[in-house]
Design a protein around this ligand. Sequence first.
Ligand code: ATP
Ligand code: MG
Length: 414
Amino acid sequence: MPALLPEELVKWQFVESKVKRVLQAYAFQEIRTPIVERTELFQRTIGQDTDVVAKEMYSFNDRKNQSLSLRPEATAGVIRAGIEHGLFYNQTQKLWSMGPMYRYERPQKGRYRQFHQINMEAFGYQGPQIDLEMILMTSRIWKALKVNAIELEINSLGTSTSRQAYRKVLVEYFSDHKSDLDEDSTKRLVSNPMRILDSKNPEMGNLISNAPNITDYLDTESEDHFATLTNSLEQHNISFQLNPRLVRGLDYYTKTVFEWTTDQLGSQATVCGGGRYDDLVKQLGGQDVCGVGCAIGFERLTELVEVLSKKEQNMQPKIYIVAVGDDTELHASLLAEKIRDTNEEYAVEINMDGGSFKQQFRKADKSGSELAIVIGEEEIQQGNLGFKPLMIDQEQTTIKEENLMQEINRFFTE
Ligand code: ATP
Ligand code: MG
């Protein structure tokens, strides 16, 4: 991943703060989990035959020959932490986290080896209402960021029982077309046939699109769950596309799965993906508690967000202190501290290492400050300060030092 430079981070912080606001509006709480976990944790959750575990993990042995991995996704770590701290015992949880993930992939635009995700997970909610809430919440995030070119695809993978039934049919189908399978899919036919549907190989496209549909093999429970969800989405005016081929790249999903995709980012089209994982907590040794979660790719989302005006970005007002003459440097730092003491909202930069008025004003302009406060020997003697707006055409005026905060506040609120 390329380093994130200050200019870009302004946009990142804007996106982050908008997203956090929405998450809070749905009463989700933040959790932070380790970046490094035992490799086994990811093998057991994501699945041995998934691309993520088989090809994309950064794994290494520590000094005691324990295999550890950089996390490729967040859910496994959240569940491990939840089990360890008793978060699933007789209670529900709505959690979010944000941070870097690592996958050994071919780097390109929208696909990096270190990338960032915003993750939402909810535990202990049986019904489809929480699936709906996840989708409404993500939809609200797109709206808050004025991202319009984004579409929802959903599918149901059923309970583990109905998946077994589908798996059987699928194996029969692909076995009948064995000679058309690529190497990966031939392997998966034995180990994990549903993974074949997730193949990115275009030569497999035809075969995959003619495969039996999972939605024809759902049990009543899964069918009802899915019908309630799709009906509720309609009531909320959220449009969606049913996609029976949507299986997602990780093994742990049950019932609802969904993806938000865009046509604005070339082939890196998926901005957010998620679904239910009703068996996962138990499978990892925890309570029998259901879960649902999704992850937004932060780089892809941010790429979709238009550059915003300073005001929309909620950037701090910036003040530059110009100080020319003997003993003005100390006065400048005293003044800067006074401003920071009074109001932490202002970003204050003082001129360091001297220079003429002209040189200092050039630096002030370059700093992106809206206002310069000017200190000279004469001003100090008379208890005055120079006050010069930088981004508008306005002459420098002289103000009394004791009125400084008043003048600053007035300038920035006008
Ligand atoms: P893709 O099909 O694009 O590889 P995925 O199914 O592997 O995505 P998930 O595991 O569902 O991705 O992760 C959720 C989101 O994280 C994705 O929708 C995407 O926005 C983002 N993401 C995944 N891998 C990367 C990556 N290597 N670089 C940047 N973003 C990524
Ligand atoms: Mg992937």
